[in-house]
Every structure is written in C-alpha cells, then in structure tokens.
Design a protein around this ligand. Structure first.
Ligand code: KG4
Ligand code: ZN
Length: 339
C-alpha cells in the first residue's frame, strides 16, 4: 500500500472528516500516526443558548462550515486534494443529519479525487486517538470510553476486535455532566464548566450516592437526580461544592469499575478515550490507580479526547489496512455499535 502513495513519498495520507455532533472537523494524518493538519470548528456558541445541541442547527452549521474547514485543512497541510490517498468520515454513532453532511462530503471528495472512501465508527476513532499519539501502543488493552453519548468499558483484543465489558444502563457520563451543569446554571458544555469550578469546591461537602449496577455496567442517572434533589433541599449550598462533589462521585464510579475490570480481565494496559477523558480528576485518578495496580495507563492529550478529525483519519488508516475501501452506498447509522 505504501509504495504507490499519491504524495510519491510512501506516506499514506488520509483526510478525515468528523461531523457526528457539534464539532465540524477535518484533518490529514499520514500513516495513521503523523498529524499533518487538524482543524476543529466548534459550534458551541450556536447551541449554548439552548443549553444543549439542537440537531437541526448542527446539521445546517456543518453544511456551512465543512467546506471552509476542509479547505483550511488542505492549506495548512500545504497539499492539494489530489495528493491524498483516501477520504474518511464518521458514519455513526451520532446525529443522523449531522453525520450525513460529513459522509456525503467525504464520498463526493473521494469520487472527485479518485481515492477510496473509508467509513469510520466514532467510538473506534476515540479509541484510536490513543494509537495516534503513541504508535508503540499494542493490543490487548482495556479502554474506558466516556463521551456525551457513551460510557463503555471495552476490551480490545486486536485491531478491530472488541468486546463490550460494561456500559451505562441509563445516562452517559458526559450527558450527566451536561445535565448537572445545566441545572446548576453553568451553561453548555457542562463537563469543562464543572471541571473548572470543582477546583475551588469541596468534593466531600455534598453526600452523594455512587450507584453500582451489577458487573461492569454503570448508572449515572441516580447520581444526577441526587444532585438535583440535594440542591433543591439546600438552596444555599455553594455551587462549587456541588460541582466538586458530583465530579468526585462520577469519577469514583468510573475508576472503580475500570480498575476491577482490569483485574478481572487480566489487562495490563488501561486507555482512556472520549470527551470526558479530558476531565482533570478522572485523568489524575486513573494515573493513581494504574500506578497502584501496576498497570500501564494511556491518556490521550486533552484536545485529542474531545471530538476531532485526526482520530477519524487514524482509525481509518487501520480500518483500510484490514478491510480496504468502504462501499460508496454505505449509509449513516446514528446507533452504530462498536461491539
Ligand atoms: O467525545 P465528545 O467531544 O463528543 C461526543 O462524542 O459525545 O464528548 C463530549 C462530552 C460532553 O458531554 C462534555 O461535557 C464532556 O464530553 N467533556 C467533559 C470535559 N470536557 C468535555 N466532561 C468532564 N470534564 C471535562 N473536562
Ligand atoms: Zn465523541
């Protein structure tokens, strides 16, 4: 594959496109590891006044933003489209209309440039952010994938081989951060707001439950409801104390399960992925327990945790190597599963 690349230097360059939610992103990655350029245009200002992502607004904004984002990505890379070797896009999971914008654009560009199209699973892309930043990383791994839509513990036995060890039975953890932040009047997106405010709060000020469903599943909605009940009963409580206490409880639930899953599955390496993996306390606690338990920890940089297209291009490289091009009649799948 590498000898006949369009750039003529043996490097296989993939343009990745990400439009599954409220970030419009494009990136060019060489050989699944070198980020040549990466552009992320956040729509957060458009959605903030509604307190969350409005799907129709997201789709329309992707339509307006994607062409300039791709153009800027090419300019920053100093490349023409016909010097690329493949075009990839997230086909799911995510918002149907938002996904369609990225997938249609990627297919059109692949036809115009005469290069393969590669369909990418958004959660697999979050996982491949780890490989992008540490090419020495090798499966088997245990991965904690935590985002606005998902909370999963996944055993990665090999490239493209996943086993779901645990998942949320109700809210995703990012969703719980966003809902609690909204209730506390901290705006959208809630995760970074809670992370920032928690620094000045007392994490032991508010007594909160840590619901633990059987096995390695998670439950976040009881914690969210407990926060709301407590604040309604104690209207004078300091918001920073609530933020810190909620964050501590949520992180403890995640870390406790991940740690036990690592012990039970015999995992030697624990990776984090997804937007919530940018959380300061989660990162700190994962590093602590991995050190205590003799596990290797891998945490992508914060900007690689939240939605971006470099992770899409990296995942596409591995997918393309194993499966080849995706058919052009492949559709979007808002509920696409990883395992
Ligand atoms: O992966 P992502 O960018 O988009 C999805 O695939 O959902 O994750 C977004 C989620 C949001 O719920 C956001 O509040 C949360 O990640 N998030 C955080 C932090 N940064 C983003 N949650 C906690 N602490 C953070 N620092
Ligand atoms: Zn994501």
């Amino acid at each position: 594959m590498s000898t006949a690349t369009k750039g003529g230097d043996g490097k296989f360059r993939i343009l990745g496109i990400e439009t599954s939610c409220d970030e419009t992103a494009a990136a060019i990655v060489a050989d699944g590891a070198d980020v040549v350029s990466s552009v992320v245009s956040s729509q957060v200002d458009l959605h903030a006044r509604f307190g969350g992502v409005v799907p129709e607004i997201a789709s329309r904004a992707h339509v307006e933003l994607l062409t300039p984002v791709v153009a800027r990505c090419l300019v920053e890379a100093g490349l023409e489209g016909n010097q690329l070797d493949a075009v990839a896009a997230t086909v799911g999971p995510g918002l149907a209309g938002a996904l369609l914008v990225g997938v249609s654009t990627a297919k059109a560009l692949s036809l115009v440039w005469g290069v393969p199209f590669v369909a990418v699973n958004h959660m697999e892309a979050h996982l491949y952010a780890c490989f992008l930043e540490d090419p020495a990383l090798e499966p088997p791994l245990l991965v904690l994938l935590v985002s606005g839509g998902h909370t999963m513990l996944v055993a990665m036995d090999g490239h493209g081989q996943y086993r779901l060890i645990g998942t949320t039975v109700d809210d995703a953890v990012g969703e719980a951060f966003d809902k609690v932040a909204r209730f506390l009047g901290l705006g959208y997106p809630g995760g970074p707001a809670i992370d920032r405010l928690a620094i000045v709060g007392d994490p032991d000020a508010v007594p909160l439950p840590r619901p633990m469903p059987a096995g390695f599943d998670f439950s976040l909605s009881g914690l969210k409801t407990a926060v709301i009940r407590y604040v309604k009963a104690h209207p004078d409580v300091a918001t920073a104390d609530v933020a810190a206490s909620f964050q501590k409880a949520a992180v403890e639930m995640l870390v406790d399960k991940a740690r036990r899953a690592a012990a039970e599955t015999g995992a030697k390496t624990l990776c984090l992925g997804g937007g919530v993996a940018a959380n300061s306390l989660l990162r700190e606690r994962i590093l602590d327990v991995c050190e205590e338990d003799g596990l290797q920890a891998f945490l992508p940089s914060r900007e690689m945790c939240t939605d971006n297209a470099a992770m899409v291009a990296a995942a596409a490289w591995w997918r393309y190597r194993s499966d080849g091009p995706s058919p052009l009649d492949i559709g979007v799948d808002p509920n696409l599963r990883l395992a």
